[in-house]
Design a binder for this molecule. Structure first.
Ligand code: FAD
Ligand code: NAP
Ligand code: SF4
Length: 683
């Protein structure tokens, strides 16, 4: 395969011609340039879940994706990510996979199995690694492998690939990035060996090359081998550019069919996929590799809309694009793009709340904006044969989901909101720097309201009289911000987060925030960042986080250069301990690091004594102090808003409650959308 043969040549008048140009791999053809990147869903670990896994892949294959990659399967027991995780080392483990491969092929997609040996990221005591070095994110210390053990890992890879072929897969993806075993061999950070497998860059990459060579030998010439190469390690003592180029060339020579981009080790302190990472932030490193190899290259990370994907391919920066979470969010993504309906895509907002965070909590993955993800066999929206008149009050995430699912099923739905625009609290969320993606969810719902024929009554506060005559009433009226009670709570300095985010109040140069939950953190980010958000500018974002934009330095790290904060901010909570401990598992650290870089003073164990003209008086560790602030912003949680419920009950109606109107504690959009959708599925 040569670069010119792989280049996406526009073939027709489709809106995204490069994206939908087929990719000829010689022995097989991918129908377009969309690769569904590997995602662990939690359905890989038990054979009994494979019919559900097959349904999940079938839906995405039917949506038009070209090539799919499964979640990671270990080639042997020591490479398990966690005890009893997915692996493919025994003959009897092959059969359940046939459900999956059949499902993909029936809908015209190709499918590869990812081979992932966790190395020192394995969460169990049997873990092995090139050297005995514990990862900073794992309590288990791995055993250093003997030369014989190294050979046995390579044998296991080749045998597992052969089994994948027997199961009907079109190929395998060899996971060589993100700090897992193969990447540990290639990097001086984790490979301290001085034998045939370490000591020089050539010896460090030998493990990777041998694995690819042996898989090619075991599986023959007509089998896809995707090699996921770490183009940016983003850790100290990671690989250097010339070493990465040498690895790319060597795995190509050993038989790789495609090279996929790997960005950042799991222990890296640079975010790589959360919502504040700019779209396609890392694509230039893939482009930089392009002249050095002739196999097709795949660009990845934060590519969530067709114009971004098309731009990458049209500029010749890559030959394919990898979309992972965007296909959880919308299985129809490729088909909608192909047919010129990008506005109908339910865009992944990169929140991680229902996908990665679930996997880290040992729960099945799903998607905040699409609760059907990984629940395809259980949560369905069948057409109704008995259309009813349904009133939904409140066009926040819960009401929008409920109204559109119910109308999509054939009910006649009227959606009320007191505000002049849909979205509820998402209209605050979208104003936070780094949360620009939330606009997309509102664009999607605007489209769905129109498409499903929901009657929308904006600027209309619903009351019991307006709701008479409906067969069902759903209250999705959300929340009211919690008020706090301390001396001076009514001082003009004291404002609510809604005053700040709506623009009703302009906060002075110094502010204290009372409450350090998700909203406290977001408001702090809003106050320290003025002007255009770095999330919209990859170069500024990389400078802030310390990524070497030339990709030349070892690990591609540079000195972080955060821009100065727009204000002096204190973020306070009553409970002891560090603020932010309860934020999302995979995104909380990014919020904490962002605020630290902006010199926000985060205090736990704070007692609020009162507010007066001097500022906010607090007691911490027994010592009183006055924070000389211009404003005190209350971000102290929320209470359900159900003022309509009593009058409806009095009129003999029994409304359904969803979202914040149901339970405000620990409410998030994931629960609001899932609850709205699930209720609508039953009406
Ligand atoms: P709401 O969004 O509060 O919507 C209720 C709607 O009902 C409002 O539009 C209101 O005008 C309307 N209404 C009320 N009474 C009436 C009436 N009588 N008649 C007509 N209309 C009425 N969640 C996440 O999961 N992830 C995040 O990253 C995230 N970030 C956030 C950032 C900020 C700054 C904020 C404020 C919230 C964030 N959230 C986030 C929380 C998320 O927005 C809420 O959980 C979600 O909006 C709750 O949805 P809901 O539909 O229950 O209520
Ligand atoms: P929250 O997470 O419950 O946090 C409320 C904060 O206020 C806590 O720090 C709480 O801690 C404090 N507090 C509560 N009662 C108080 C009182 N009477 N006086 C003083 N302080 C008080 O709620 P939130 O920040 O309002 O967020 C609402 C929901 O939106 C959350 O459930 C969250 O999941 C969601 N959200 C999510 C994200 C995200 O990125 N995933 C972002 C924003 C919002 P102490 O009692 O310790 O002070
Ligand atoms: Fe994307 Fe959030 Fe859905 Fe995950 S949960 S796929 S990050 S929208």
């Amino acid at each position: 395969m040569t670069s010119s043969a792989a280049a996406a040549t526009p073939a027709s008048a489709e809106p995204y011609p490069h994206l939908f140009a087929p990719l000829d791999l010689g022995f097989t053809r991918v129908r377009n340039r969309i690769l569904m990147g590997s995602m662990h869903t939690g359905l890989e670990d038990r054979a009994r879940d494979f019919p559900r896994l097959a349904a999940y892949f079938a839906e995405r294959a039917a949506g038009g994706v070209g090539l799919m990659v499964t979640g990671g399967f270990s080639p042997n027991l020591v490479g398990w990510l966690k005890p009893f995780g997915g692996k493919l080392s025994w003959p009897w483990e092959v059969r359940p996979h046939k459900f999956v491969t059949r499902a993909a092929h029936e809908h015209g997609a190709l499918i590869c199995l990812q081979l992932l040996h966790a190395g020192r990221y394995a969460y169990h005591p049997l873990s092995v690694a090139p050297s005995k070095l514990k990862a900073p994110i794992n309590p288990f210390t791995p055993r250093a492998m003997s030369a014989r053990a190294v050979q046995s890992q390579i044998n296991a890879y080749a045998a597992a690939a052969r089994r994948a072929r027997d199961a009907g897969y079109d190929g395998v993806e060899v996971m060589g990035s993100e700090g897992y075993l193969i990447n540990e061999f290639t990097a001086p950070r984790t490979n301290r060996r001085n034998d045939a497998w370490g000591g020089t860059p050539e010896k460090r990459m030998r493990f990777a090359v041998e694995i690819v060579r042996r898989i090619r030998e075991a599986c023959g010439p007509d089998f896809i081998i995707i090699y996921r190469l770490s183009l940016l390690d983003l850790v100290e003592d990671g690989n250097q550019w010339d070493e990465i180029v040498a690895q790319a060339r060597a795995v190509e020579a050993a038989g790789a069919t495609l090279i996929n981009s790997g960005i950042g080790w799991h222990e890296a302190r640079v975010p790589t996929i959360v919502t504040s990472v700019p779209r396609a932030a890392f694509v230039d490193v893939t482009a930089k590799l392009k002249p050095h190899v002739s196999v097709p290259l795949v660009a990845t990370n934060r590519i969530n809309m067709p114009d971004v994907a098309e731009g990458i391919l049209a500029a010749g920066k890559a030959d394919m694009v990898s979309l992972a979470r965007p296909l959880l969010a919308d299985p129809q993504w490729p088909e909608k793009a192909r047919s010129g309906r990008a506005h109908a895509i339910n865009t992944c907002i990169a929140c991680n709340q229902a996908c990665l965070d679930h996997v880290f909590e040992n729960k099945t993955a799903s998607c905040l904006v699409n609760p059907r993800a990984c629940a395809e066999t259980e949560l369905t929206y069948p057409k109704t044969f008995a259309a009813r008149r349904i009133a939904v009050v409140g066009a926040g995430p819960a009401g929008l989901a409920c109204a559109t699912v119910a109308a999509g099923r054939g009910h006649r739905v009227t959606l009320f909101d007191a505000e002049p625009e849909i979205g509820g609290q998402f209209n605050f969320a979208k104003r936070i720097p780094g949360k620009e993606e939330f606009h997309e969810t509102l664009r999607y719902f605007r489209h769905r309201l129109e498409e499903t024929g929901v009657e929308l009554k904006l600027s209309t506060r619903a009351d019991a009289a307006a709701l008479a005559g409906f067969d069902e009433v759903v209250l999705a009226t959300g929340i009211t911000p919690r008020r706090v009670d301390f001396p001076g709570a009514d001082h003009p300095k004291v404002v609510s987060y809604t005053d700040v985010l709506s623009g009703r109040v302009t906060v002075g140069a110094r502010a204290a925030l009372i409450g350090a939950g998700g909203i406290g953190f977001d408001v702090a980010e809003f106050l320290v960042q003025e002007g255009p958000s770095p999330s919209l500018d990859p170069a500024r974002w990389m400078a802030e986080w310390g990524v070497d934009g030339t990709f030349q330095s070892r690990g591609s790290l540079a000195r972080p250069q955060p821009e100065p904060p727009a204000r002096e901010v204190w973020l306070l909570q009553r409970s002891a301990g560090k603020p932010g401990a309860r934020l999302g598992k995979t995104s909380g650290w990014v919020h904490r690091a962002t605020l630290k870089a902006k010199q926000v003073k985060m205090l736990g164990g704070v007692e609020y004594l009162g507010v007066d003209d001097a500022g906010l008086r607090i007691r911490v560790d027994g010592a009183e102090q006055v924070l000389p602030v211009d404003h005190v912003v209350i971000c102290a949680g929320q209470e359900p808003r159900r003022d309509l419920q009593a009058s409806l009950l009095a009129a003999g109606r029994s409304p359904h409650l969803i979202g914040g109107a149901d339970i405000a504690a620990e409410l998030d959009a994931k629960r609001a959308i899932a609850q709205g959708s699930r209720l609508a599925a039953t009406l």
